[in-house]
Design a protein around this ligand. Sequence first.
Ligand code: GLC
Length: 565
Amino acid sequence: MTDAWWKSAVVYQIYPRSFADSDGDGMGDLRGIIQHLDHLAGLGVDVLWLSPIYPSPQDDNGYDISDYQDVDPLFGSLEIFDELLAAVHERGMKLVMDLVVNHSSDEHPWFVESRGSVSAAKRDWYWWEPAREGMEPGTPGAEPNNWGSVFGGPAWEFDPGTGEYYLHLFSRKQPDLNWENPAVRSAVHEMMRWWLDRGVDGFRMDVINFISKVPGLPDGPVPAGSAYGDGSASFLNGPRIHEFLHEMYEQVVKGREALLTVGEMPGVTVEQAKLYTDPDREEVDMVFQFDHVWADRGPDPWALQRLKLTDLKAIFGRWQAGLADLGWNSLYWNNHDQPRVVSRYGDDGEFRVESAKMLGAVLHLHRGTPYIYQGEEIGMTNYPFGGIGDFRDIEALGQYAQAVEEGRDPEDVLTVLRARGRDNARTPMQWDTSPHAGFTTGTPWLPANPRYPEINAALATKDPDSVYHWYRRLIELRHTEPAVVEGDFTMLLPHDEQLYAFTRRLGPTELLVIGNFSGTPARAELPDPAAWSSAELVLNNTAQPPADWVLGPWQAVVYRREVTA
Ligand code: GLC
């Protein structure tokens, strides 16, 4: 295993289509990224992760790849990519690529060949099945099993050319690759080595715990009110997943220095994550789990549920404890699939700045590698979406269509999409006060958030009290204070519904972090307040330090002490 350099690193995710447009076509591109690298270097991040830039029909904004070894002309070219990589390395940062290999695009030559005939050489590179026994192929209900797709509708598409169906856990333009086939696996390994040889520093692996499926693909249970079965028991953390990841490690990662691999793993448990990230097992360095971003999801997907802070603490506490001795956490609030955290778990009105800072501090001071999603560092907020016509995301559109077909009230569905929809994360990065937030001189593919005159990078970098400079200080603290990286984690006040508090301890150094997750003052009933009476106040997001341990609205404080006894 390579050294664990990423334990003290902070990663910044770029969603290229929404980051910066250099040529006025309304779509972000690689030159746009190059032009803004100093914003990122100034923040102090160590690694950039690029969402997919490969040639793609853009059915799912590039998570449907038709050529794994090139750059989509929308974003630039391989030459410009090499320029970007060199510019990133020159600034002492690393670059991690998105690896989307649970599925390809249906326009990938592999799939084009596969669908050509039942005897095509690449037929079994994908999951082809005949109609359900006794059913007429192509008729309603004749799909090989009852699974629904993540984006709404069935997980199977009928192909009239050969009279069979192919599996797509996501859109019909994202057919699932058949990892049972060793030729598929070695083609993926070869492609990954090609990028590493080009100089990239690792991979973020898209839904990588979906790649091993239970043979036979049995029907799943049908949730109440749903038209489709839930097949996840047959593809989440499937029977050969550890074998496939270890093989990938052996074939691709082994012997290369200073890489980062992170597996996106919806539905992963702490126990499974321990296996995935135990260095001796040689699989991945860390995983993205989802429990804390599903904490405000009730049993009914189309009814908004408020976060209970005690639930959030129970989740983080479980993950911190579970991976304390073996394995490693990743830490995130936001990415291109999540609504803006300040709108979700904070207050994007009166206390936008305070709550964005509080959320940043609480997250970054856990044990694990923090990820920042573009715009989070300036406290960007959700977009005021109106009707369904305002949404562009295939998930929002597909789920809306299915829910309405299942008889849901469209207004209820819209309420949830406005609060949780992925397009909230995908509006243009807000750079300055010029039209479209300085993202483009043309017409942006998704409009800029109307709050950009107040929330933008130009203002934030100039203001020493901004969210940006607070994030910069959090990153600096991780780089300079070993207790942030290696310290033991202890959750305090697990039953408090307003305050989030914990300590980190390494040798004699102990940090105390307290965040108020509410707009009303709250007193921290610490187990041993006297121990902290002369501690140094390292960070405070408001003008006044707490008096008698009463934190103001959305206040966050970090103390440090040296334990003498
Ligand atoms: C992952 C990506 C998401 C994409 C899906 C299918 O969850 O983060 O954006 O839609 O996989 O590739």
